[in-house]
Design a protein around this ligand. Sequence first.
Ligand SMILES: [Fe+2]
Length: 516
Amino acid sequence: MTGATSPDRRRFLTAGAAVLGAAASAQLWRPATARAATAALPDGLFSLGVASGDPLPNGIVLWTRLAPDPLNGGGMPDTAVPVEWEIAEDERFRKIAGKGTAQALPAYGHSVHVDVRGLRAGREYWYRFRAGGQLSRTGRTRTAPSWTFSRGSLRVALASCQNWQHGYFTPYADMLAQDPDVVLFVGDYIYESTPASTGPRRHEGTGEPYTLVEYRNRYAQYHTDPDLAEMHAHAPFVVTFDDHEVDNDFAGEIPQDPGKQTHAAFVARLTAAYQAYYEHMPVRATAVPNGPHIQMYRSLEFGRLARLNVLDTRQFRSDQPTSQAGAQDPSLTMLGAAQKRWLLDSLHGSTARWNLVASQIMLAETDLLVGEGKLWYYDAWDGYQAERNALLEEFTSVRNPVVLSGDRHLTMISDLRKDYADPSSAVVGAEFVGTSISSNGDQDQAAFRAQWDPLRADNPHWKLIDAHRGYHLFDIDRDGIDAKVRVVDTVLRPRAAPSTLARLRVDAGKPGVHLA
Ligand SMILES: [Fe+2]
């Protein structure tokens, strides 16, 4: 489904900004009409900061969540609280582009999602919230370029896998300095793991989250990372989830350890996890969960330059195979029939120069066996090869497909080939697996090389593999994509030195990727 046609499903979400002309500029922001009713609210309502997401040419989602006691359920009274919002064309809020009042409801953890429309394409905006006499910080965001945009460039940052306990989210400080138009986050926004004392930071709570309150506390803790909070306040995010937002390696309604819980218990966990995910992400009302279901796959347009198809590779997949033969079972699905149809329609119906696919998990093959024979990871697309290969076959008739993935906690940049069983088969696209923000911490690079370099001959489609923490940055224009692998020297301290590890290039009309 496209973001542009999202129906608003819940009346509490304020849709459609009141668009004001320049005449309304420079007015002082008036206090909330309901101020008396909310005057007793605790201090620190905006401890989780602000965020924006899913940019359209004329709109953006603005997010905040009122949580004066973020790690202990939020600390809000059990009542609805009106939250004023405003968005302006300038940092000083002299030229107001829209404003209104949203209701922060206890049922949604006092989160606020405002789907602002009526904005101008391809430009910066500033926004802020006010509740109970308290003012949020100011956020900055950017709308998508106009429908006709084709000659300019778009800067996209690809991030994933931010384990609080493995490190500080230092790559975001560098990402902020690079000023991307949009940040694509492809999963593992939180980790559900139990608090441990072995890393530089410790998860809140006493165990894995299962209930809504427990997931809220975990998300709240992640939002307090200062570099992540700054990044959210600086650029729009486009997010999707992978497994750790719920449970390691889950598949649909099947948990990692089916023997350790009833189906009903896992459905309750999914329901809580998706609810908390929605509450903490800058996503449209289309993503309001319906019990243990959430609609995340969608596409976003960046003019005629790029269409971004965001996948959901968790909710609709078959359970992971457990053998090499199982990985080739044609009855297994990763996307499910409806999403697969949607994706193929989107790819083939696109007039965009670049057709980007955000996949949580790696599409290209990873052969883990040195020499004769193959050994695959079953949780990634390698475990669902019939569907993967069918998709790669479709790529031969798609304009400039490029896959952006995560999960692996490594940089892995590959040519996509039609058939990995045949090393001479056609190259049909490129894939960037964007390492991790902090997961796996500061890896021993020599140990990584010793383990992975011997596999390179078995995986000739790999153009670059690396184990530093960081993210990928793409400058996309009609002729090509210039990619940088941006890394940091450490995530074990709050500040780090960033650098460019490698530059790569994808040329339009020429499938594959090469070192620049
Ligand atoms: Fe991860």
